[in-house]
Design a protein around this ligand. Structure first.
Ligand code: KG4
Ligand code: ZN
Length: 357
């Protein structure tokens, strides 16, 4: 009898298959992104197109411009993601998309694109919570899967403290009542005429300033929501300070002002994260979002955790995975794929989707 061993092995390998290849799509704010991730862990491609330049002259993200730009380039971003991964649509096992929270028009572009692809390719559609996906960005970048973990997400659109109590259980401990941390940076930079985005330039200027020069308020919200944040009072205090100084024709020391603003904002972020980590006996603290690249926040968080919680590990992903990206969407979709938690083709954008499922 003639047995074709090679054919048998090939067949076996095809049955065992194979890695799970998920396409991720992210359009919740001002980054148009697509990525292919294998088995929720290996990034085969991660294409991100930032719209910062388009929004710069307005000093912040303009929702209408954001959605139009997503629409303009989403297809080519997906093509690039496939090309870079060396795959074709036929190789994919699922299409995942961030369906909220975010800007409704922006989210809709990603959701409609993902639905069309899933329908056309006869693939499962997976709806991913954008905030929860930030946790997976940390895992993608080698963070330990230990529980409980406290995650601080600080971006232009969000300021949120999450708790991953056990696998797949994520709850929100608190969020901002008004401006997000990055939004406060951007608005303060706008009144100082420093351009957009404001975070990096304030971060740089603050290094030359005295953080104790001006005592700006810290909002602790002790009675109402211990893990909630509020930055609009701080922003108003900076505006008032400028107004009075200009009226009295006093010389304004911009580095001192930048450093004092940054100090007030960072102290609240660090202190609340530490409190949450202590209260929930966190084994790890993760940071995510554009503001996680702030040098003062990184340094302050690191030293505070080392002193107050020496057994707790701090993890901050590379900047490319800190900010919005689609690799984190595809990674977060993987456990949902394994559980066959697929979304219907009637899936809609959910701009106010909370972090808690
Ligand atoms: O996560 P991200 O890239 O985009 C979204 O908000 O979706 O975050 C952008 C925000 C902007 O508000 C920007 O000013 C802020 O992150 N940011 C910083 C720094 N780099 C970026 N804020 C403080 N310090 C930085 N070094
Ligand atoms: Zn985000």
């Amino acid at each position: 009898m003639n047995i074709n061993i090679k054919a048998m092995i090939d067949e076996e390998l095809t049955v065992v298959k194979k890695e799970t290849l998920i396409l991720g799509i992210e359009t919740s704010c001002d980054e148009t992104a697509a990525a292919v991730v294998s088995d929720g862990q290996n990034i085969l491609s991660n294409i991100i197109s930032s719209q910062v330049e388009l929004h710069a002259r307005f000093g912040g993200v303009v929702p209408e411009i954001a959605s139009r730009q997503h629409l303009e380039i989403i297809n080519s971003i997906i093509d690039d993601a496939l090309q870079e991964s060396g795959l074709t649509f036929k190789d994919l096992d699922a299409v995942s998309v961030s369906h909220g929270p975010g800007l409704v028009g922006a989210l809709l572009v990603g959701v409609a694109t993902a639905k069309a692809l899933a329908y056309g390719l006869k693939l499962p559609l997976i709806a991913v919570n954008h905030l929860q996906a930030h946790l997976y960005a940390n895992y993608l970048d080698g963070a330990p899967r230990v529980y409980p973990t406290v995650i601080l997400i600080v971006s232009g659109g969000h300021t949120e403290l999450l708790l991953a109590g056990k696998p797949k259980e994520i709850i929100s401990l608190g969020c901002t009542r008004d401006d997000a941390a990055g939004e406060a940076y951007d608005k303060v930079a706008r009144v100082l005429e420093l351009g957009y985005p404001g975070g990096p330039v304030i971060d740089k200027l603050a290094r030359e300033g005295n953080p104790a020069a001006i005592k700006f308020p810290r909002s602790w919200l002790e009675d109402q929501g211990r893990f909630d944040f509020s930055f609009s009072g701080l922003k108003t205090a900076v505006i008032n300070h400028l107004y009075h100084a200009r009226r009295k024709e006093e010389k304004i020391n911009i580095p001192d002002l930048a450093a004092s603003f940054q100090e007030a904002l960072t102290e609240v972020l660090v202190e609340k994260t530490l409190r949450a980590a202590k209260e929930y006996n966190a084994k790890a603290v993760f940071l995510a979002g554009g503001v996680a690249s702030n040098s003062r926040l990184r340094e302050w968080m690191r030293s505070s955790i080392e002193i107050a919680l020496p057994g707790t590990e701090l993890h901050i992903p590379r900047p490319i995975l800190c900010t919005d990206n689609a690799a984190m969407i595809a990674a977060a979709a993987y456990p949902l794929y394994l559980e066959k938690k697929f979304a219907p083709l009637s899936l809609n954008a959910q701009p106010g989707l909370p972090a808690r499922v």
